[in-house]
Design a protein. Sequence first.
Length: 62
Amino acid sequence: MSESKRFRSSMYEIDLNTGSIRLKNKKCPRCGSIMGYYRAGGERWYCGKCRYTEFVVGRSRA
């Protein structure tokens, strides 16, 4: 079993032309943590901290 590590730098988009930094994922409306996006078991956004879940219906990652 291989375990992949995810670095914080991979969670942000950096635009070198404008100097802006943008978060790729959504923030949890309940606790403010960064949510994860999952496709297996149904497309959804999930917060691992407070267990808030938003199911995606008929659209791709936004």
